[in-house]
Design a protein around this ligand. Structure first.
Ligand code: HEC
Length: 124
């Protein structure tokens, strides 16, 4: 088979850009910015809240250096402002931003769970 060098180049370019699109689609699907966390990620989030958040908010989340994160304490507070506090922290307080570790959907899931009574880390 005789092919022109130019045609081969064009085919290679098409192949590369096709792969780029697949890669981007894959990132969007995996990133799942809007998706609720799956079971494995939920287990991670529970451990993170109990350990990392618990170091300031108390192991029972009843408050320490940080405010209590119990259903009673949070009931009257709007979800989006609590989500914003988790993602961006509170300036001039020790509450740090978590946006490098949590998506907005994950912060929303944590707020919903805190308002219901946060689950314990499963023993498994
Ligand atoms: C280094 C200590 C520290 C860590 C770690 C920390 N917080 Fe905080 N957090 C605070 C402090 C202090 C406040 C109170 C800020 C203020 O005075 O308004 C706060 C406030 C909050 C509030 C607002 C409560 C309210 O009633 O308005 C939420 C929600 C919250 N934290 C959630 C979290 C979550 C979820 C994590 C873990 C992902 C976390 N915090 C980790 C110190 C911490």
């Amino acid at each position: 088979m005789v092919s022109e060098p130019g045609a081969d180049m064009a085919a290679a370019d098409r192949f590369k850009s096709g792969r780029l699109i697949f890669l981007l689609l894959g990132l969007f699907a995996a990133g799942g910015a809007c998706a609720a966390p799956d079971a494995a990620r939920r287990a991670e989030l529970i451990r993170m809240v109990r350990n990392d958040c618990g170091s300031c908010h108390g192991l029972q989340l009843t408050g320490g250096l940080g405010l209590p994160l119990t259903p009673e304490a949070l009931r009257e507070k709007p979800d989006d402002s609590l989500v914003a506090t988790i993602l961006y922290g509170r300036p001039d307080t020790p509450m740090p931003p978590w946006q490098a570790f949590l998506s907005e959907a994950e912060a929303g899931w944590i707020v919903a769970k805190l308002k219901q009574g946060f689950p314990d880390v499963s023993p498994h």
